[in-house]
Design a binder for this molecule. Structure first.
Ligand code: 5CU
Length: 392
């Protein structure tokens, strides 16, 4: 592929650079958040001060005035032009956008199907609106693709399965994003089986992403959390939440019952690659799982096989050590995919054009595998293009 022109002056890479972890709140979802006064919500101060986004329950502290709660929400959260500008700055050729947390988890059962259809159609239309007329990127494919949202609070799992089937025929949808609460009871809930079945039969990739973190007590209580801002919940709460969720899926034999299920884990699997051996050891020493002696049927597949066959990891881990653990855990560079987490973690100094959160991940890839190496290219885009069929 020839080198592509870039509006920032620096050349676009001559290979696809695909961001598979990048969020948006479509306009319709912003309106939904503005209509609410409990988490998640957007607060518009009566003054000209910036609107505030309050999505984490730890941010909704009544002792803090509403105009200081959560974080300022600017157009990078919803304006596609901001996304495109961010992509150009970081030489990203294609983004697979997804609704940001907490997705549709908070909706009442009667609203869920409506909003899932609306958001997924909106995401598909947004991608369509950016599709180049004459192909310049990724062998004539589109600039934007999307992971759809699921109506998990709907009154029946048939509604969720129907939306999975429907979204899998939308042109730009390449998977579904989901949090760790599932239907409200976590991901080892047998009630989720129809959802796993629909994902498996349509070969829809599930992007599993944290939102709820850990209870405040795990960090020493609310005051301790507040003292350190978002560091404890985001650096530790998010990855541990993902690790616990996927381990519960594994222990409850989801991957034995649905052997073709494909899951992309946010933040390089939380701590799963690092802890897989410990999980394996604890299972081997757990009497509950002893064949003919225990009272719970333990997982049949080894955790390492699940990592190699059912799990993909993003490369949003910010260090060479973490990235190498992800690649070793996944069994190959072919199952690790570049992402940015845009629009979260913007530069604190608004004059900085390049985002530290992006360069840290890019540098980890370059230092682990060598700039321009085949492995780096695979992680930066080749894997996503192949796995998500971005040029189909
Ligand atoms: O900064 C944060 O709170 C977040 C978030 O909520 N979701 C996410 O994907 N990244 C960072």
């Amino acid at each position: 592929m020839a080198e592509l022109p870039s509006t920032t002056g620096s050349p676009m890479p001559s290979f696809p650079k695909v961001d598979i972890h990048t969020h948006v709140y479509p306009e319709s979802y912003m309106t939904l958040l503005r209509s609410r006064s409990t988490v998640p919500y957007i607060y518009d101060p009566p003054s000209n001060a910036p609107s505030r986004l309050i999505i984490l329950s730890s941010d909704d502290n009544p002792s803090i005035p509403k105009e200081n709660r959560g974080r300022p929400v600017d157009s990078s959260y919803y304006d596609v032009n901001e996304k495109l500008s961010f992509m150009r700055t970081h030489n990203i050729t294609t983004s697979v956008i997804s609704l940001a947390n907490p997705w549709l988890d908070f909706l009442s059962p009667d609203e869920a199907a409506f909003w899932a259809t609306k958001i997924n159609d909106d995401l598909n239309a947004l991608c369509e609106s950016q599709a180049p007329h004459s192909g310049t990127l990724l062998n004539e494919s589109s600039l934007l693709f999307a992971f759809g949202a699921l109506p998990l609070s709907a009154p029946s799992t048939d509604i969720i399965a129907n939306e999975i089937n429907r979204m899998s025929s939308l042109k730009y949808i390449r998977g579904a994003i989901m949090g760790t609460s599932g239907l409200g009871k976590g991901l080892d809930d047998p009630g989720l089986d129809p959802v796993w079945a629909a994902l498996e039969s349509t070969q829809t990739l599930l992007f599993l992403h944290p939102h709820y973190g850990l209870p405040n007590d795990a960090f020493g209580g609310k005051e301790t959390i507040e003292r350190y801002g978002h560091v404890l919940p985001l650096a530790l709460g998010f990855p541990l939440e993902t690790t616990i969720a996927v381990t519960r899926m594994y222990l409850s034999r989801v991957f034995d019952r649905f052997p073709r299920l494909q899951i992309l884990l946010a933040h390089s699997g939380g701590t799963l690659p690092f802890l897989a051996g410990r999980i394996e050891s604890c299972i081997a020493h757990e009497r509950k799982f002893v064949v003919n002696g225990g009272d719970v049927e333990g997982p049949g597949k080894s955790i390492w096989d699940v990592l190699k066959q059912n799990i993909l990891l993003d490369a949003v881990v910010y260090s060479e050590v973490g990235l190498k653990a992800a690649v070793h855990g996944a069994g190959s560079v072919d199952r690790v995919l570049f992402g940015t987490d845009h629009p979260f973690f913007p530069p604190l100094n608004s004059k900085e054009e390049t985002w530290l959160s992006v360069t840290m991940n890019q540098n980890a890839i370059n230092s682990a595998f060598g700039e321009d190496s085949e492995s780096a290219k695979a992680i930066l885009g080749g894997n996503a293009a192949r796995i998500l069929k971005l040029d189909a």
